[in-house]
Design a protein around this ligand. Structure first.
Ligand SMILES: [Zn+2]
Length: 121
């Protein structure tokens, strides 16, 4: 993907998010219900796809965020953002990860990996 196309895609996503925020704050109840019924499943599906792509492997490393030269043993920024978004009462900081961040993750998470273990710099 070239830089210009990437910029256009980013702009389109930001505009879509802005439009949804405006709808949430100003649409009448009937319109809001209609939007919620179509957009909430799309958003949850999108989050699931994103989290699936960032599910740690058996060594606790995110296949998207880690590289051979930069392994990440803790939950990656995508999982931390999801946790902080969906469970804001239990915020986690960078480099830390909850033992069980969510109901779907139980079967997806590797065995508990100590923070910083296995991380090479
Ligand atoms: Zn990741």
């Amino acid at each position: 993907m070239n830089q210009e196309l990437g910029r256009l895609l980013q702009q389109a996503v930001w505009e879509r998010l802005e439009m949804l925020e405006k709808l949430a704050s100003s649409a009448d109840n009937k319109s809001l219900l209609s939007v919620a019924r179509t957009e909430l499943p799309r958003l949850t599906s999108g989050w699931r796809a994103l989290l699936d792509a960032h599910t740690p492997d058996s060594r606790g490393r995110c296949p998207e965020c880690s590289s051979r030269w930069r392994p990440r043993a803790a939950l990656c920024s995508v999982w931390r953002a999801a946790h902080n978004l969906f469970l804001p009462a239990e915020p986690i900081s960078a480099g830390a990860g909850p033992a069980v961040p969510g109901p779907r993750s139980r079967s997806l998470l590797p065995p508990t990996v100590p923070v910083g273990a296995g991380a090479a710099h």
